[in-house]
Design a protein around this ligand. Sequence first.
Ligand SMILES: C[S@@+](CC[C@H](N)C(=O)[O-])C[C@H]1O[C@@H](n2cnc3c(N)ncnc32)[C@H](O)[C@@H]1O
Length: 273
Amino acid sequence: MTGQTAKSYYDQEAWDVKSWVDVIAIEYKKLSTKYPFKKVFQPLATDNTIRLLDVGCGTAIFPGYLDRVLDSELKIVSDLLDISEASLKEASTVLTQLTHFEVGKVHQGLIEEIPGIFNLSDESYDIIWAIHSFTTVDIDRMPKVYSHLIKMLAKDGLLLVYQLARESTYQVLHRYYRSKQVKSDKLTAYMEFEDSIQILDQLAARYSVQSFNFSHKIEESRTDLLKKYLKKVILDDQVEVLEFFSPILPKFYVPKEKQYRFPQTVNLLTIKK
Ligand SMILES: C[S@@+](CC[C@H](N)C(=O)[O-])C[C@H]1O[C@@H](n2cnc3c(N)ncnc32)[C@H](O)[C@@H]1O
């Protein structure tokens, strides 16, 4: 799937972000509380200020969670990049309401176009992060993106990539969707953690990995939410998802809890300059 497809999906006004966020909140909570952001960020700050590039910022869900765990005077000036105009607007609004964040430059464009958008002599970031945004990208163009992002880091700066691993249910469901060839045009695979590792090894980059495991839980009675969740996983509103996924959905049902549980593994890559 290309960024353009993701753009049209994320830009839809009918998209009910609230119910989605309730289900996926666990992954942002876990990341913001289990990774030592305060300890990692503070030494990188100059005058208590971190320069951040948020790649695929979406509606700035993650900064909302991180803001609650940063209790120092630390300020994060965040440049934003996303293909979705609606998301960029929402992210700017959200960030101005947070204690530790400030909006810097706003770039509307594709992640794949990063080498053309950012001039290496102009920008240098203490932190660049891509939180759940290296998914609907053209994998073939990502080695150049990774290489450029690493060069855009300040001395001792870090690139943080939070990305679904192959075994995640998200990927399992998307692979199933692709295998059925629902659309006439060929659907490309979501990029995943394992693709990043391959690229980083080819670039001889220095990195470490922290693994996060959790389940997205949806009560059996919340049929509407289950439908939304499944549509969001495949970024396709046209599919009758309950029927479509019926051969594999029972695998995720836990009768004792009367709920569906979709186990996910999301890894955080910490990449050094
Ligand atoms: C799951 S959301 C990201 C959530 C966000 N990082 C956060 O922490 O709240 C994915 C975002 O990446 C953007 N995106 C997806 N593919 C893209 C691409 N190829 N180029 C630019 N933006 C892209 C989407 O528009 C969407 O806003």
